[in-house]
Every structure is written in C-alpha cells, then in structure tokens.
Design a protein around this ligand. Structure first.
Ligand SMILES: N[C@@H](CCC(=O)N[C@@H](CS)C(=O)NCC(=O)O)C(=O)O
Length: 217
C-alpha cells in the first residue's frame, strides 16, 4: 500500500497518542490533522468514522479506525522495529492486555480518575471526588492484573516494546499526574518498574500532550 499517511487525532486523546507512538516507533512520516471529537465533527469525517471518535488513520486510499486495528496495521504495513512479539504466548498476552485496557481500564483511569483529578482542576471545571473514588475502586483488579503481567515479563517488561506498551502508556501518563494515581502505581512494583523505563523514552517525550510542542511531528 503506497501513499501518504494522515492521522486524525486530538492532542489530549490517549488513543491518538497511542497511534502516534506506534508511528514514531516505526519512523513513519505522517501528518496529523487535529480533530476534536468533543466538538461537532465535519460530515466528511463522520462518513469515514460513523462513531465519531478519534483516532482514524488514512494511508493513501485506505482508511481505518479503532486504535488496536490501526496500530496492528501500522506494525504490519511499515518497516522498522516489530511491535508485536513473534512468540505466540507473548503475542497472546499483548492481545489480552490491549483488550483489558479497552474493556476495564480506559474509563476509570482516563475518564474518571484523570479527568476529575487532573484535567478538570487544570481547566477550572468542577471535579467530582466520587468519580475519582469510583475509578480508583474499579482499577484495583486492573492494576493487580497489569502488575502480574509486568512481573511475568512477556510484555510490559519495559525492555521489548510492543503495542501493549503504547496502548497503556498514554493512560498511565495522565493517571500518575494525580496523587492518587501515583500512589496506586507505586504500590505495584513491577508495573512501576515498567513505567520508570517507558516514561523516559524519547517517543514519550515527543508525544507529551502537555509538552511545549504542538500536536504535530
Ligand atoms: N474504541 C475506540 C475508542 C476511541 C475513543 O474513545 N477515543 C476518544 C478520545 S481518547 C474519543 O474520541 N472520545 C469522544 C467521545 O467520547 O465522544 C478506539 O479504540 O479507537
């Protein structure tokens, strides 16, 4: 498949950052088109993404949405370091971690704890303590699960990067900006070790949504 690559994403979106991390890891030249899914979206966008979310990727005439489909596509379509383990068990772990993140982690970590504990105070919006507490409670089994996975070492080792790292890292980055999130992570030692290694990588810095650079290459 030939053609230029366009990422429709929103600067503060964790899933958009996941795709950018995959693109940067593979050194794929791309253009980012800032698309705020919380604003009214253009009809042309909705025609391509009927669910009105970000991210969406186009590569030449090909277009695809759903983050885990996009990142797997990027890994297969472009040269560069492999982001999916060759080993069957490790690949299954990667798939499992990404599915768990989507099903059980995104909402409490991002939309509850980080939104109410970090974003709303930053922008002067009313934050709801009950949302933070409910998110933290929901995350207890999820953090234990991730800690076991990190300790097992097939993925989330902090050494061999896979798509599971890029699925989780943007969410963790917001979570640890809250006192409660940082404390919760610190009580899961293998997961904390993973974060200590991953959070300092150049691609993480280059995609920091709160960094000085605009949401571009
Ligand atoms: N299942 C989608 C989820 C994408 C998603 O929820 N993106 C958020 C931004 S991180 C969004 O577009 N939210 C807009 C909304 O909830 O209306 C994927 O994996 O790409």
């Amino acid at each position: 498949m030939a053609g230029s690559v366009h990422l429709y994403g929103y600067r503060y979106s964790v899933y958009s950052r996941t795709v950018r991390l995959a693109l940067l890891s593979k050194r794929v030249e791309h253009e980012t088109i800032e698309t705020n899914p919380f604003d009214e979206l253009p009809t042309a966008y909705l025609a391509l993404h009927p669910f009105g979310r970000v991210p969406m990727l186009t590569h030449g005439a090909f277009q695809i949405f759903e983050t885990n489909s996009i990142t797997r596509y990027i890994d297969r379509a472009f040269e560069g370091p492999l982001l999916q383990p060759r080993d069957t068990a490790a690949l299954a772990r990667m798939d499992q971690v990404m599915a768990v993140i989507d099903a059980y982690i995104y909402w409490p970590m991002v939309r509850q704890v980080s939104s109410h504990g970090f974003f709303r105070p930053l922008t002067g919006e009313r934050a709801d303590r009950a949302e933070i507490d409910s998110g933290l409670a929901a995350l207890k089994p999820a953090l234990s699960f991730l800690d076991e996975i990190a300790a097992e070492g097939e993925v989330l080792s902090g050494c061999e990067i896979s798509l599971a790292d890029w699925h989780l890292a943007p969410m963790m980055d917001y979570f640890v900006r809250t006192d409660e999130g940082a404390a919760a992570l610190a009580s899961h030692s293998a997961l904390q070790r993973w974060w200590d290694r991953v959070s300092v990588l150049d691609v993480m810095r280059a995609t920091d949504p709160m960094g000085a650079g605009p949401f571009d290459k």
